[in-house]
Design a protein around this ligand. Structure first.
Ligand SMILES: *Cc1c(COP(=O)(O)O)cnc(C)c1O
Length: 396
């Protein structure tokens, strides 16, 4: 006997829960990929996709995951030997920097650890030291999904402007897009990468590179541009086939169309606000539990935390024990700890993450939190009282 049977909740930070509307939109026969309804749909969808990124500029769509979007972005603006500065907060910008290195860029990393945002002074110093303006691109994650650190992208733009430095500001919004507020044009990001399976509520398999005219000017001299990943035909196709450099990802596109319909109906600002309120419920519960036990936020200051994911520590072994108990007994799947290891916990078993991105509402979040409390009771993990009431009040 198990209490886990019933509708499951995948509370990991991507892939996120797929709405029934998205699944149903994908359940259909294959369309013509040369002309007709699919081509018309994609033409009409591109402006809606840009609206979610808050950009009036360009987007190239790829059949790939976030790692593919990373590589697509870099090859469109860099040449071998170009200097790249990676602002690493947590794990994911290291991953993007690894791609740049393998492609032949000359990558320098500023590592700000796993608990804090980019240090403004250190970034300004690195730019000041580059008076020959050799740094071509600055890489940063808006939200690092491993640690839940959220960086202030507008502040980074201001630092570049103050230094009069022309490097492209390249932002990874794979975790944050349509979860945390992000304003590509108003905040001055030159390039932004995203993927379908997090805030966009669509299966993994679509990668997006948004870019402005400054980034496109860099493309004109970039030596890494390849036929398949070149963003020019994809962003300004003369005929439908050029959007995808081959057969279109037909069913992903139907799913994405429906997800964008849902975001449009709710309103992007309401989507952000829903994430703010529901992440607030998670944080209220965690704060209360932490009063009487080992559970701790990875990022202490809520102003520096993402509304899409919460990274937590709970003491040796307890993270893995709790996750397993929840899967077996509640139907809730929590995220594993990623890139967070203590010296006495090399496998990160003392960590876990709660994904709260995309298609989620009060009953899902309160259900997951109630399930976590049940797990802590069953496993005799100490915890403070009043967490569920605090979370309920945050939703009231
Ligand atoms: C999920 C994620 C990635 C990697 O995306 P994949 O689709 O798994 O390749 C990169 N960066 C961030 C910030 C992410 O959240």
């Amino acid at each position: 006997m198990t209490l886990a049977n019933g509708r499951e909740y995948l509370a990991i930070p991507g892939p996120s829960v797929m709405p029934d509307r998205v699944l149903q939109a994908m359940h259909r026969a294959a369309p013509n990929i040369y002309e007709g309804a699919l081509a018309d749909m994609v033409d009409a969808m591109v402006p809606d996709l840009k609206a979610v990124a808050r950009t009036r500029h360009h987007v190239a769509i790829y059949i790939c995951n976030g790692h593919g979007a990373w590589e697509a972005a870099l090859t469109n603006v860099l040449s071998r030997g170009d200097k790249v500065l990676a602002l690493c907060t947590g794990r994911f910008t290291h991953g993007w920097a690894d791609v740049a290195e393998k492609l032949g860029a000359d990558v320098a990393r500023l590592d700000f650890g796993t608990q804090g945002t980019v240090d403004a002074e250190a970034f300004a110093e690195a730019l000041a030291a580059d008076n020959a303006h050799q740094i071509k691109a600055v890489l940063v994650a808006h939200v690092d999904t491993a640690t839940s650190i959220r960086n202030d992208i507008k502040a980074l733009r201001d630092i570049l402007d103050k230094a009069g430095h022309p490097a492209l500001l390249c932002v990874d919004c794979i975790a944050s897009l349509a979860c945390d507020p992000f304003e590509m044009d108003a905040w001055g990001a030159d390039l932004m990468v995203a993927a379908s399976q997090k805030g966009l509520m669509t299966p993994p398999g679509l990668g997006f590179v948004f870019f402005n005219d400054r980034a496109d000017a860099a493309h004109a001299t970039a030596g890494m541009v390849s036929l398949y990943w070149d963003w020019t035909p994809r962003s300004r196709p003369d005929f439908f086939y050029q959007y995808f450099g081959g057969t279109a990802p037909t069913h992903h596109l139907f799913g994405l169309r429906e997800a964008l319909n849902m975001i449009g109906e709710e309103g992007l600002e309401n989507v952000w606000e829903r994430h703010r309120r529901l992440s607030g419920a998670v944080w209220a519960a965690v704060a209360a539990w932490g009063q009487g036990g080992p559970l701790r936020f990875n990022v202490e200051d809520p102003a520096l935390r993402s509304q899409a994911v919460t990274a937590l520590s709970i003491g040796r072994e307890n993270g893995t024990r709790l996750r397993k108990w929840l899967i077996e007994n509640t139907g809730v799947t929590l995220g594993i700890g990623l890139g967070m290891y203590a010296r006495d916990d090399p496998e990160g078993n003392g960590y876990f993450r709660i994904g709260h991105m995309g298609h989620l509402n009060t009953h899902m979040v309160l259900g997951a939190l109630g399930s976590i409390e049940a797990g802590m009771i069953a496993l005799e993990i100490d915890h403070g009282r009043g967490a569920l009431e605090a979370a309920a009040r945050a939703c009231a």
